[in-house]
Design a protein. Structure first.
Length: 197
């Protein structure tokens, strides 16, 4: 009796390993490659045949001529080993380091934007995301940066503002999440519409 139950257990383990560990992943991979190849391959973005990033991962944009993403606790997924990493800071609300980071981020934003020392700053521009590679910012965070980007590019604020508004994605299916702006896609649209001088 015990030998029979042991044999059944081994066969069940093998069968379900093949079904769930081989057949199901192959079927799902094939189906999504056919139905949603862009998303299944990482939503990779190319410009002129050159890979510039993914819609799903933030990257650092330097200088005043670009919109900035949220701060990253993992330096936007890069590591000395070349592996892509993702992590939050794990700093709690009473952490002195968190307060220092937030104050430094707010100061940089105010300085670069030529704003008073007490000017309010959108929370998502001073707090790092949980993943460290969040590709989106709030519409408010994008609007906060319009004047800086417009001045750096030598174009009108209205032009940049219109581009930001066209880049706002509504809630998914009208009720999930929040409205958002993908920073990579916004900066690519910015370069296409208003080339850097």
């Amino acid at each position: 009796m015990i030998a029979k139950i042991t044999l059944q257990s081994i066969l069940q383990t093998l069968a379900w390993t093949v079904v769930c560990g081989v057949i199901y992943p192959l079927v799902m991979t094939g189906a999504f490659q056919l139905l949603f190849p862009y998303q299944a391959n990482g939503s990779l973005v190319q410009v002129g045949g050159k890979l510039v990033g993914s819609e799903l991962m933030a990257q650092q944009f330097m200088g005043d001529k670009y919109f900035w993403p949220r701060p990253s606790a993992c330096t936007y997924g890069s590591s000395p080993s070349g592996l892509v990493t993702s992590s939050g800071s794990n700093l709690g609300p009473t952490s002195a380091q968190l307060q220092t980071n937030v104050n430094a981020n707010a100061k940089t934003l105010r300085t670069e934007g030529h704003l008073p020392d007490n000017a309010p700053v959108p929370a998502d521009l001073v707090f790092a995301s949980a993943s460290g590679v969040d590709p989106d910012i709030s519409p408010e965070a994008a609007r906060f940066q319009i004047a800086r980007v417009a001045a750096a590019r030598g174009v009108g604020v209205d032009q940049v503002a219109a581009l930001v508004e066209r880049s706002v994605k509504p809630q998914q299916w009208g009720f999930l999440g929040e409205a958002r702006v993908n920073v990579l896609m916004l900066n690519l649209a910015l370069d296409a519409a208003m080339p850097k001088k």
